[in-house]
Write a protein that binds this ligand. Structure first.
Ligand SMILES: Cc1cc2nc3c(=O)[nH]c(=O)nc-3n(C[C@H](O)[C@H](O)[C@H](O)COP(=O)(O)OP(=O)(O)OC[C@H]3O[C@@H](n4cnc5c(N)ncnc54)[C@H](O)[C@@H]3O)c2cc1C
Length: 463
């Protein structure tokens, strides 16, 4: 049994920025972080050596360990409060924008590149916006600071050392299995690791378990009546085109954040996580679900650009399990790809046929995810999502000519589990005294900067 003032579950950006900001504010509180994975310097994805996903057990190093899903991520820091989740609706836009500036300063102190993408050529941005308007799309202004996957790891290593040197205890290789409640108050957590189970008692418990901890947190909420509401789940595809197609928007904006409400459903559809010269990647969740993602390195560049196109789905009556819904879509897609990510040419989708492996080699574009399997994503994608995606791609084609080409590649399933939004006030207090939920698992954030900002704001409440 251990005791501390603040116990943080999850060493992703939300968790580590909570601890870091408490130290920066001179807090004397004792802090323990419990992290299921390894220190950042011990995280290693065997795919770099084997060329294919090895489905590592007991967890995937891409999403688990110090710095969370941030370590191997592209490290694109979105510097606008319009991007990265709904935190502004909880604490106010101005506070979030100001805290983005402050948190960006911390990233710079730890070695982030000083260059900002998307602000150099306002006239060219105007031209792109004009085309977006005539295509019925909205272009969101969002300056981006790009860390790059390899630089992000060095930066988070420096933060890890700062926390350790300042006396923060980080318990790696241990998983939080439950929270300890006494009536309506949280007294700490129960953890499990190789050495068995242990209890950690704390005045404040901060849960920041990220996207892959979202379904665990949902169970904890149900077991302990922690107030929450079903949130949104995003279902979509990862699109990959040759760099030549995206050249202009890549140069002007780096990331083109476009939002549309295509007919006939008029659901919100958006672009997300654009990676010029990047690589499509596979992530595996603990329940063996293989999902697609994308990233880019600062130095190593591919000939392609990838980005996600996502459709938001909400449920109410009689079904309100968005995570379970998206998981079923993912499982069905994985089944059709024999456990691999499926890839299909856009033109084949319009022609109503599957893509064959030999047809991929007839294109200008070569898939950057070599173990993706050519097939038919329409056999697993819900009708509404598929129509939304097709119509959105055709609208983007008016902004980026060539985007809706026959050879454009669509990878599936791209799923974002943001659901289960924890009900909290602006001080991040849940209905359970002493319990706070942060970052992507809280349902309030969707990205590196916003989850880091939530950590910073949490620290200001705790110190
Ligand atoms: C491949 C990839 C690329 C990405 N690229 C970008 C990008 O360019 N820009 C951007 O803004 N965002 C990007 N993201 C998303 C971004 O990484 C996340 O939004 C962000 O990391 C969320 O931070 P978090 O602290 O909420 O959670 P996470 O970073 O997910 O961290 C949660 C941590 O909690 C740990 N954990 C989970 N459950 C438990 C438990 N029960 N007990 C103990 N520990 C637990 C996990 O191991 C993990 O380390 C990317 C994500 C991926 C996977």
């Amino acid at each position: 049994m251990r005791k501390c003032d603040v116990v943080i579950v999850g060493a992703g950006p939300a968790g580590i920025f909570t601890a870091l900001e408490m130290l920066r504010r001179g807090s004397a509180a004792s802090i323990i972080i419990v992290e299921k994975g390894q220190p950042v310097e011990k995280r290693y994805c065997p795919k770099a050596r084997t060329g294919r996903c090895m489905n590592c057990k007991p967890y995937c190093h891409i999403t688990t360990g110090f710095s969370g899903a941030g370590a191997f991520s592209d490290g694109k820091l979105s510097l606008s409060c319009e991007v990265g989740g709904d935190l502004p609706s909880l604490v106010g836009e101005q506070l979030v924008q100001d805290t983005i500036g402050y948190t960006d300063g911390i990233y710079l102190e730890f070695g982030a590149d000083t260059h900002i993408e998307g602000v150099a050529d306002p006239e060219a941005v105007k031209e792109i916006r004009k085309r977006a308007i005539s295509a019925g799309l909205r272009l969101v202004d969002c300056p981006i600071r790009h860390l790059g996957t390899e630089k992000a790891q060095a930066l988070y290593y420096a933060i890890e050392q700062t926390l350790l040197d300042s006396g923060v205890e980080i318990i790696f290789g241990n998983e939080c299995v439950d929270v300890i409640l006494e009536g309506d108050a949280c007294r700490g957590i129960r953890i499990a690791g190789k050495a068995g189970e242990e209890e950690i008692f704390a005045e404040h418990t901060v849960i920041a378990t990220g996207r892959r901890g979202a379904d665990w947190l949902e169970r904890v909420c149900a077991d302990h009546k922690i107030a929450h509401q079903p949130g949104t789940v995003d279902i979509g595809v990862r699109v990959e085109v040759r760099n030549e197609i995206m050249e202009h928007v890549n140069e002007v904006l780096y990331e083109s954040k476009l939002i549309g409400y295509p007919k006939p459903f008029k659901n919100k559809v958006r672009t997300f996580c654009q990676n010029p010269g990047g690589f499509v990647a596979q992530e595996n969740y603990d329940n063996d679900l293989a999902v697609v993602n994308g990233h880019s390195y600062k130095e190593i560049k591919s000939s392609n650009t990838n980005l996600a196109i996502l459709c938001s789905h909400n449920f109410s009556e009689p079904f309100n399990q968005p995570i379970a819904y998206a998981q079923k879509v993912g499982e069905l897609t994985n089944m059709l790809g024999a456990g691999h990510i499926l890839v299909q040419r856009f033109g084949d989708i319009l022609d109503g046929k599957r893509t064959w492996a030999k047809e991929l080699s007839q294109s200008n574009i070569r898939p950057t995810l070599p173990d993706a399997v050519a097939g038919d994503i329409t056999a697993a994608m819900p009708y509404r999502s598929m129509i939304n995606i097709i119509n959105f791609i055709q609208a983007v084609d008016q902004v980026v000519p060539g985007f809706a080409s026959y050879e454009t590649l669509l990878y599936s399933p791209e799923l974002k589990f943001y659901s289960n939004r924890i009900r909290m006030n602006e001080r991040f207090e849940t209905n359970i005294q002493g319990l706070h939920c942060l970052g992507d698992s809280s349902g309030w954030t969707r990205g590196l900067m916003m989850s880091s900002v939530m950590g910073v704001l949490m620290a200001r409440q705790l110190s």
